[in-house]
Design a protein around this ligand. Structure first.
Ligand SMILES: N[C@@H](CCC(=O)N[C@@H](CS)C(=O)NCC(=O)O)C(=O)O
Length: 209
């Protein structure tokens, strides 16, 4: 089994944190996104989506998409459960994780990739080039502010994003917050519930993964 990973990028970090929480050590190979290795013939043959993370199983199956990779590891190593236990909790965790992806991570990526000169013609990840649209950079910033408002309200009523326990939704939200701060799309300052939660989740050993 091999996990294709990359420096700095938020999506592979979500999987690294997930694995660290489970105490799993997986053979990893770094893909150099800066030089465009993900767009080269060799990587595209492995993963036509041209994205990291991606997991290659010993039987040759290739799994991309963070939630799908995490689902695989959760099935094979159920403890500690990070995707919820029981029908209701699993659905609630999945709902929050999807919301964090759509309203948080995608908002930051929209703002960053449509505004930064390094992503000219690469406004979206994947095998096809897409021009930047300046207005989307502004919209992404606004969407991220809305996300922080939603997250703050949620964390006013709940210890963690998907309920009382730590789950994949916390991993995704913490990565979104760190990503936004790193690329200067937004800060959690003044969102007191988010700040309380962030202090706790970022103090976990897995956060360094
Ligand atoms: N929805 C995908 C997103 C993966 C993704 O966007 N990965 C980025 C790194 S964070 C990537 O591979 N970027 C390559 C590029 O920008 O060309 C997932 O869940 O894995």
């Amino acid at each position: 089994m091999k996990l294709y990973d990359a420096e700095w990028a938020p999506s592979p970090r979500r999987v690294r944190i997930f694995l660290a929480e489970k105490g799993l050590d997986v053979d990893t190979r770094k893909v150099d996104l800066r030089s465009g290795e993900q767009l080269g013939e060799t990587f595209l043959r492995l993963n036509p989506c041209a994205t990291v993370p991606c997991l290659e199983l010993d039987d040759g199956t290739v799994i991309n998409q963070v939630p799908s990779i995490c689902l695989y590891f959760e099935q094979v190593h159920p403890e500690p459960a990070l995707l919820g236990t029981g029908a209701r909790d699993k659905a609630v965790v999945d709902m929050w994780n999807r919301r964090v992806e759509q309203e948080g991570l995608e908002a930051v990526a929209e703002a960053f990739r449509n505004g930064h000169p390094a992503f000219q013609n690469r406004a979206l990840p994947g095998p096809h080039n897409h021009a930047q649209i300046g207005e989307l950079a502004e919209r992404g910033q606004l969407r991220y502010t809305h996300f922080l408002q939603t997250l703050d309200a949620r964390l006013a009523e709940s210890t963690h994003v998907a309920g009382e326990g730590f789950t994949i939704a916390d991993i995704s939200a913490m990565v979104a917050v760190d990503f936004a701060a790193a690329v200067k799309v937004g800060s959690t300052e003044g969102y007191t519930n988010v700040e309380r939660w962030y202090q706790a989740v970022s103090a976990r050993a897995s956060a360094g993964a």
